[in-house]
Design a protein around this ligand. Structure first.
Ligand SMILES: Nc1ncnc2c1ncn2[C@@H]1O[C@H](COP(=O)(O)OP(=O)(O)O)[C@@H](O)[C@H]1O
Ligand SMILES: O=C(O)[C@@H](CO)OP(=O)(O)O
Ligand SMILES: [Mg+2]
Length: 415
């Protein structure tokens, strides 16, 4: 008989290890063979690890550089680079302060200078300077509203790009006439380069008209001042940028499948673009488990069913949680009393929502164990309080910041 929990932790650890940025950065830099005069600008949750790998490879070809990452996501000096931490998912004063430093670093560069731009998700909150007339407070309010609206990340960033002096290709304009090589870890489904970290160095495919549609769709209550500011169009053509994707959710799913296979599971990747409401994804996963348990379909047991993506949560309650925790808790409702089954879901960056957990694990006993503690799952889901519920029964996965960021990994193990 398999130890599903132990196997789940092995799959999580090894598949995240496979998307750490070091190897991919080194490979790309070998191919690029850059000259001297390199300036590193690294933004996002994986920024520190990406910059360290680049600096170690390029050594003194690097003239200077800056890292802007989330609080708790940097791990000390990287030979002479400026290192800053700032607010995520809501930007703060340190976001603005560090972004100004990055602009100082690139604004007077010449044609023979090169900016190595290392981009990972989280960059939208960590790299920001609002357009004229818009304050940090305004950006915080709009970000908070968007994050709670149920809008997906492409929609959220469509709005953010049109309020910014660095997003949506604007940063590349500031770097001109120097050239930018951009290496990107993708945490956006479909690897949309103009959405990842709001595409500071990528031509923007979204327009003011798209912004208007999103405001209507989610009934966003914005002030007249913000509505006026949103009429700034973003650059649609850039001449100084080359971009490569160095990691994505597809890779983490493929690694998870390989490890599961190695551990003796029949394995399938169902999708790498799971993007519905977290609670609905949970119900769907539970339905798959029931099919496995009753009819061994689609795979003979023992089996591992793997999904990648990024669900959304309409946050209406006052509780603590994240989309992965909410997904598994919702799934737990539909697998009650089944034996030898487990559902896990984690953010590869190591943080799920504003919590210190990267996700959660549930099984057939989860709902009963919560009931014994007087906790009603339905109420927890209404309150968006998945963290406290899972914590009370040892259902959280805690990895700490991983140094990478390629979306969420979800899987079922059945024996
Ligand atoms: N109490 C909660 N329960 C479930 N999800 C939440 C809760 N609070 C915030 N979230 C979700 O967490 C998301 C931000 O989480 P985070 O893990 O930082 O995202 P990302 O990894 O994409 O940066 C928000 O979009 C919001 O929908
Ligand atoms: O920075 C961003 O815009 C998004 C997507 O890249 O990342 P995160 O969801 O981690 O904030
Ligand atoms: Mg995200």
């Amino acid at each position: 008989m398999k130890n599903l929990r132990e196997d789940a932790f092995r799959i999580i650890k090894s598949s995240i290890d496979s998307v750490l940025p070091e190897k991919a950065i080194q490979q790309e830099l070998e191919n690029l063979s850059l000259d001297d005069n390199i300036h590193i600008v690294s933004i996002g949750k994986a920024a520190w690890r990406m910059a360290k790998a680049a600096k170690e490879f390029l050594k003194n070809k690097v003239k200077d550089g800056i890292v802007i990452t989330k609080y708790g996501h940097s791990q000390g000096d990287i030979g002479g680079l400026q290192i800053y931490e700032a607010g995520h998912p809501i930007p703060d004063e340190n976001t603005i302060k560090s972004t100004k430093k990055a602009i100082e670093l690139v604004e007077n560069l010449r044609e023979d200078d090169v900016v190595l731009f290392l981009v990972s998700g989280g960059g939208s909150a960590l790299f920001e300077l609002p357009v004229e007339g818009v304050t940090l407070e305004d950006i915080k309010n709009v970000t908070d509203m968007l994050l709670k609206s149920g809008a997906n990340i492409v929609e959220i960033n469509t709005v953010r790009k049109h309020l910014s002096r660095v997003k949506g290709g604007n940063f590349a304009k500031l770097v001109e006439p120097a050239k930018i090589y951009s290496l990107v870890l993708s945490d956006v489904l479909g690897d949309r380069l103009d959405s990842i970290a709001s595409g500071p160095a990528y031509p923007d495919s979204t327009t003011i008209k798209d912004v208007e549609k999103i405001i209507k769709k989610y009934d966003l209550q914005l002030s007249e001042k913000i509505l006026q500011a949103l009429k700034n169009e973003t650059p649609k053509h850039l001449n100084n940028v080359e971009t490569r994707i160095i990691g994505s959710v597809t890779k983490v799913c493929e690694s998870a499948a390989k490890i599961a296979q190695h551990l003796g599971y029949n394995t399938i990747i169902l999708t790498t673009t799971l993007d519905c409401e977290a609670k609905e994804a949970g119900s769907f996963l539970a339905a798959i488990v029931r099919e496995e348990k009753e009819r061994e379909r689609p795979l003979k047991t023992p089996c591992a069913i793997i999904l990648g993506g990024e669900t959304v949560v309409h946050v209406r309650g006052k509780g603590k949680g994240g989309r992965n925790q909410e997904l598994v808790l919702s799934a737990a409702r539909g697998i009650k009393e089944y034996q030898e089954v487990l559902i896990a879901s984690v953010g590869t960056d190591g943080t799920d929502g504003p919590t210190d957990a990267s996700g959660g694990i549930v099984d057939g006993e989860t709902v009963n164990r919560l009931q014994e503690k007087g906790i009603d799952v339905e109420k927890v889901l209404i309150d968006n309080d998945s963290y406290n519920a899972l914590q009370s029964i040892g259902g959280l996965v805690i990895t700490g910041p991983t140094g990478t960021n390629v979306n969420d990994l979800t899987f079922i193990l059945c024996d």
